[in-house]
Design a protein around this ligand. Sequence first.
Ligand SMILES: NC(=O)C1=CN([C@@H]2O[C@H](COP(=O)(O)OP(=O)(O)OC[C@H]3O[C@@H](n4cnc5c(N)ncnc54)[C@H](O)[C@@H]3O)[C@@H](O)[C@H]2O)[C@@H](O)CC1
Ligand SMILES: Nc1ncnc2c1ncn2[C@@H]1O[C@H](COP(=O)(O)OP(=O)(O)OP(=O)(O)O)[C@@H](O)[C@H]1O
Length: 615
Amino acid sequence: MLVNATRGFLWSDMETRALLNIWGEHDVQTALDGNFRNSHVYRDVANRLCELGFDRTPDQCRIRVKSLKRQYFQAKEGSRKNGQYHKMCKFYDEMERILSNRSLLERQDIDSVAVGGDETMDEDAESTELLQEAHMDGSGECSFMEHPVKTEYPSCPIPVTVGGMSSFPTKQSSLTKTNPPAATSSRPRRSKKRFANMSLEKLMEKFLEQSMEAEDNFYRLEEQRLQAEDKRREEEHSRELQMLQMLGQIFTGISTPSPAPQATPQPSCIPQTNPTVPLTRPPCGNRNHPPALTEFASHSQPAGPVIERSFSLGTTAMDSVIPLVRKTIPPLTSKKHKGQDGRIGIIGGCQEYTGAPFFAAISALKVGADLSHVFCTKDAAPVIKSYSPELIVHPVLDGPNAVEEIEKWLPRLHSLVVGPGLGREEMLLKNAKEIIERSKLRGIPIIIDADGLWLVAKEPSVIQGYQRGILTPNFMEFTRLYEAMHHEPLDSTDHKRSAQQLSIAMGHLTLVLKGEEDIITDGKNMLTCNQEGSGRRCGGQGDLLSGSLGVFAHWAFSSPPDAAKGMNPSLVAAFGATSLTRQCNRQAFHKHSRSTTTSDMIQEISSAFKKLFES
Ligand SMILES: NC(=O)C1=CN([C@@H]2O[C@H](COP(=O)(O)OP(=O)(O)OC[C@H]3O[C@@H](n4cnc5c(N)ncnc54)[C@H](O)[C@@H]3O)[C@@H](O)[C@H]2O)[C@@H](O)CC1
Ligand SMILES: Nc1ncnc2c1ncn2[C@@H]1O[C@H](COP(=O)(O)OP(=O)(O)OP(=O)(O)O)[C@@H](O)[C@H]1O
């Protein structure tokens, strides 16, 4: 999990939205309702935020929420008066949605916060926080980066007016929890009584002004920071491409002996390793693996050694990765309630394609999910429903509020498969994109297949870098993605190398390149699954894989970290799903030969599952 490195006072929009998503959930709101002591709730909120990759303390979350609540109510008040204040609260709509459901009692509670009621003790800290949000250096980072938010003795005096950045203390006067006030500032601490003579309304007005200015500064600097970040990423990407091109030239030179060989000048940044000699194994190598297991560092990998493990059906796979997959599979017990073993969502199904989402959804159920939802277009829904009473089919994907309708279900979904039978209509792709964005905020594992990959080829950033994203391209889809990312034709002679390059370019996303052998890589590790499959290439086998993978991904990501013994959960899940798919295909093919269909393969899921994971 990537944890946000900038743990300052700076809350990015993405981070704030993630916080609001968690804080707005029914269970959190219920826990907060009427509870004066709420530190345990914010501890939970901070933990869940951390799972999404945002490192925040419970106090930071609580203070941020308080500040958002204040902005919201001020904006609401303001908009009643003159309609101008709405823009003061950037997250007005989100807050409106969450808070409009709360009781009058809660509203009074919030009002009392603003006038120094129940939580008066926190008010100073919170005011300081708001002002500190504006106290950032030119880089857009806050100078209190590594320190906790809450402080007993704020060394940063609260200015009466906020006159731009220069009116704030400099970096040297950073706030620390341990610094006594005298150590950081020679000025006497201003008394709270300073405000005693002001009417409440004046005080609020003053505070409002300060908050607005602080907020303006925050957004301006945040924008600068994001621009700088984009620029840095672009530079990194082009450097990476340059390196790849240079290495490509070098390798071509080595493999094609020329009559008069000329030494290629090697830039010092390129490792001087002879690419034809395998790189040394990393120390965590294969000490415990049986000798038949081929585990070796790949040749010619430009982005550092890749640990490759290649499996065929037999004892080797059983002895190595399959046990890891098994560890992630939840036991069947009578203690569970419906839904615990997996609620999977499929985004796909349109007028032309009703089979693909069905195959994916029914495979998920057969692998072991408890509930399988299909979000498809209106006209596809009755058809998909008619295939099976076991699927929950939502005819919303082409509706006017498609994204909102589907978002309502996201808190109940454990993983999402985007693409089977989605089609390529602009509006459907746009909705799928927005749903991916919102699912990312919730940390939901997302498998992208078929037309979902068409979307990714057009807009890679939709999933780039998301560590719970898995792409499952067939060769055509892979070629499209590769060429979109690398702006050059795919060298189809070395699939493994190309797969690794694409995974790296996508931010180490896990990639399953399907084919005669399935190549699974996250750019650092590589598993290949080449156990016998089927001689039939009928449509829909990829849907069986993506639906199954939805379930395996949920299991792998929700298992204790030691279940996968340090292996990326996406790789474990992908290996489980490809092994199962090939086993199903094989069994069905042995029975039906030329007339094997994907439905026959799906019929084999339960016995293939038993053979691989329960024998
Ligand atoms: N019964 C159904 O409803 C099915 C619907 N499907 C859906 O159909 C839509 C379009 O999928 P397509 O796969 O046709 O899309 P593409 O447009 O990406 O595939 C185009 C062509 O690539 C060819 N191709 C595939 N693999 C190849 C390889 N390794 N080497 C060379 N050529 C190769 C195929 O024969 C096809 O003609 C998707 O939404 C998909 O989910 C498929 O899943 C199949 C079943
Ligand atoms: N040549 C092959 N030999 C054996 N198995 C294969 C071969 N090609 C694909 N498979 C298996 O079939 C599964 C589905 O791959 P396929 O290439 O058919 O996907 P797809 O084209 O995306 O499917 P769909 O028709 O659902 O869109 C893969 O995981 C792989 O295990």
